[in-house]
Design a binder for this molecule. Structure first.
Ligand code: AOF
Ligand code: ZN
Length: 409
């Protein structure tokens, strides 16, 4: 069975390379604005997981006759924005042409000069931007362009672009990463057999989708029990033919007592150990000697790492998207938080297998809720299939004032 939904999971990436993402708006004969904005969204995917803390933006430039003459995406921080990349390719052909960009062009000096300046200098006549930039330092772009005599239109594909930039928007609003929890379970709700064996629950196509999500995320987090049980590598392994090498996210291990073995596969550079003062000094030195970065955080309930402090610290490092891959007690602490879930989005894979066993674990531990009407329910739910596996994707309702709701545990 092929993936059967109208849009791909996550933030718009294609499941089948080269195939057009079906989203809202006209079909194949669609108006140029839709076609080129869709292309801009597609191009933006190349920057995912590589531009943080900058949003992964895509841009397309057409000449005065409407032919595409340049495209580009956001480069790593301090380097060119999407518009500048596309305009560079277009050169003189941009004069009198149109720019399609997935985010409102920036209007002020940050690490780079304003895109509005480059757009005006290139002689662009019309700009379509899919969604406003809520960054208060940058959000006057549309106005600046209009004042320069350029026709400026918001849209099309505003909703698609808002999803594409959801992690950046969340991070701007709260200072914390957008958290995506991913887990895979059997049809009877188990993430392992009674002996703890878990490789593999889902098939290769589901696992490939997970590696693409890792590739697009800035960090990936697990609890120490998952390391002790599974010894995962937490690296990105994309199939050859994915079009680019995978990008490994920062690995974050939540380990309040500092039990991470020196021999674990994650023990090395690119790993951040989030711990508390309960960690033994000797093991800290040994782990640091192996290249692990040790972050000592305040202890919250039961001496555990204060997860809000951890999310705050990751946000300060410019981690826009954090993927959480378990285990059950970390997920429980993130989901069942008195002031609201600390998870934004869930990716739950279900494989049509049964393993049974009342001792076999499920994806979310902790005490759980008492009554079914206290269950946390996902919103904006979509269903995707990967061969015989099902992926349920959905969001937890976020309080409007995310900062206030998330700052206390
Ligand atoms: C754009 N095009 O491709 C991106 C934009 O420090 P700077 O100069 O890199 O600016 C960062 C801000 O620019 C970032 O916070 C966001 O508001 C905007 N990102 N803008 O016109 C782009 N990535
Ligand atoms: Zn810019």
């Amino acid at each position: 069975m092929q993936e059967d939904t109208t849009s791909s999971p996550g933030t718009g990436r294609e499941d089948k390379p080269g195939e057009q993402a079906a989203a809202s708006g006209p079909g194949p004969e669609e108006a140029p604005a839709f076609r080129f904005m869709r292309r801009a969204l597609e191009v933006s995917l190349l920057a995912r997981g590589r531009s943080s803390p900058n949003p992964a933006v895509g841009a397309v430039v057409t000449d005065a006759a409407g032919n595409p003459v340049g495209e580009g995406c956001t480069q790593p921080p301090g380097q060119a924005h999407a518009e500048v990349m596309a305009l560079r390719l277009a050169g003189e052909k941009a004069r009198g042409g149109t720019l399609y960009v997935t985010l409102e062009p920036c209007s002020a000096y940050g690490r780079t000069p304003p895109c509005t300046k480059a757009i005006i200098e290139a002689g662009i006549g019309r700009v379509y931007y899919a969604v406003q930039d809520p960054n208060p330092r940058m959000h006057r772009g549309a106005q600046v362009l209009r004042e320069a005599g350029i026709e400026v239109i918001e849209g099309p594909l505003t909703q698609e672009a808002a999803v594409s930039h959801e992690a950046f928007f969340h991070w701007l609003r709260t200072g914390k990463p957008f958290v995506v929890a991913k887990y895979a379970m059997t049809l009877d709700g188990k993430i392992a057999t009674r002996s703890g064996h878990s490789r593999w629950i889902t098939g290769p196509r589901s696992r490939e989708a997970v590696h693409r999500l890792r590739d697009e995320s800035d960090a990936i987090m697990v609890g120490i029990n998952t390391v002790l049980l599974d010894d995962p590598a937490l690296t990105t392994r994309l199939e050859t033919g994915a079009g680019r090498p995978g990008c490994d996210p920062l690995r974050v291990i939540v380990d309040s007592k500092g039990r991470l073995p020196l021999t674990a596969r994650v023990t090395g550079p690119g790993t951040l150990l989030a711990t508390t003062r309960n960690m033994a000094g000797a093991s800290r030195q040994e782990l640091e000697a192996k290249g692990v970065e040790v972050l000592v955080l305040p202890a919250g309930g039961q001496g555990r790492v204060d997860l809000d402090a951890l999310l705050e610290a990751l946000g300060q490092r410019g981690i826009l998207q954090l993927m959480v891959e378990g285990g059950g007690s970390l997920l429980a602490s993130l989901v069942f938080n008195p002031t609201g879930p600390r998870i934004n989005k869930v990716w739950a894979f279900i494989a049509p297998k049964l393993v049974g066993g009342s001792a076999a674990p499920g994806p979310v531990g902790g005490p759980g809720v008492e009554r079914m009407d206290s269950a946390l329910t996902l919103e904006r739910v979509k269903y995707h299939s990967f061969d015989s596996d099902l992926l349920i994707e959905g969001y937890f309702h976020q309080p409007v004032n995310g900062q206030a709701a998330l700052s206390e545990s």
